[in-house]
Design a protein around this ligand. Structure first.
Ligand code: ZN
Length: 138
């Protein structure tokens, strides 16, 4: 069995963003040389997510509105976590959007469904953060 590991680094200039990282994951898969197996892609920070959904700007706007309704950033003093920091909402947003995804690798390709794309969800940006790509198989 082959094993491949890579960290993808991000420095998002805004507090929140959704980034389609499918091309980077495909590049990792190409580098790995693995044809059959599994790819795990996870955020390595507790205020960011990796998830799979549609690359559609209306949906991304809807996520932003929905997440802000669930866990509004302001007022920051509504959260007990916000003693000396202001990112409690980012922890909550990360929880609902998830930590990781697992994608099947079939015949050297990501075996994604129609319209499925892999996203990095940033909820407390403006600093360097990482995503782990681990691919195992043969
Ligand atoms: Zn925090």
């Amino acid at each position: 069995m082959k094993s491949y590991r890579k960290e993808l680094w991000f420095n998002i200039p805004t507090r929140r963003a959704f980034i389609n990282i499918t091309p980077q994951v495909i590049e990792c898969l190409r580098e790995s040389g693995i044809r059959e197996g599994l790819a795990l892609i996870n955020a390595m920070h507790i205020t960011a997510s990796v998830f799979i959904n549609d690359d559609e700007s209306g949906l991304h706007h809807d996520y932003e509105v929905w997440l802000e309704r669930l866990a509004p950033h302001e007022p920051v003093n509504q959260y007990r976590h916000n003693v000396g920091e202001d990112n409690a909402d980012a922890h909550l947003k990360r929880q609902i959007m998830g930590r990781e995804v697992v994608v099947a690798i079939t015949e050297g390709k990501l075996d994604l469904g129609t319209w499925e794309q892999v996203f990095y969800g940033e909820f407390d940006g403006r600093r360097r953060k990482r995503v782990l790509v681990k691919i195992i198989g043969e």
